[in-house]
Design a protein around this ligand. Structure first.
Ligand code: SF4
Ligand code: SF4
Length: 156
């Protein structure tokens, strides 16, 4: 599945504690760290997002959001996309959608191959597949898709 980020901001809404601003070193430059990986990085606000970054109204109303997130029209955008950490740049919230035979959506799978579903049977199938498929293998995504299809699910 080709992933296209819709810039909805959902995945960044609770990242305020994970993307930490250590020091402001310029009007639009910050020394930061990515708490989950312990990696320091230099964040520079993208030139075309400096106006929206400077308006802190939305941020004040969303205390858990990443400090670099801002609304723009119907989008909620990362204002440091060019210098954001790798795990942000390459994050994919959905790489597979899993349906039953009737076409009902039962769950989704993220880019790091985590299943999100409240369907017990699907979760059991996924856990069984995990016993034989390594998340690290280059074609893990394809292998999981085939395993789910073998269980009778439709995967897109
Ligand atoms: S990656 Fe994040 S911003 Fe992009 S569509 Fe998914 S939840 Fe929304
Ligand atoms: S740096 Fe950008 S992509 Fe990463 S959590 Fe913050 S707003 Fe989201």
């Amino acid at each position: 599945m080709v992933f296209s980020c819709k810039q909805c901001g959902t995945c960044c809404m609770y990242m305020g504690d994970y993307i930490e601003i250590e020091h402001q070193i310029g009007e639009f430059e910050f020394e930061c760290s990515s708490v989950s990986t312990g990696t320091p990085f230099l964040a520079r606000v993208d030139e075309n997002k400096r106006a929206i970054f400077s308006d802190k109204t939305w941020l004040d109303e969303h205390s858990t959001a990443c400090r670099f997130l801002r609304p723009e029209g119907n989008l909620i955008r990362c204002t440091i996309h060019e210098t954001s950490p790798a795990q942000c740049k390459y994050y994919r919230c959905v790489v597979m959608r899993v349906f039953n035979r009737d076409g009902t959506l039962l769950g989704t799978v993220t880019g790091n191959l985590s299943l999100h579903s409240d369907n017990r049977k699907l979760r059991d199938c996924w856990e069984e597949a995990e016993l034989t498929i390594s998340h690290l293998s280059a074609d893990a995504e394809t292998q999981f898709q085939k395993a789910l299809e073998a269980y009778g699910y439709r995967v897109e």
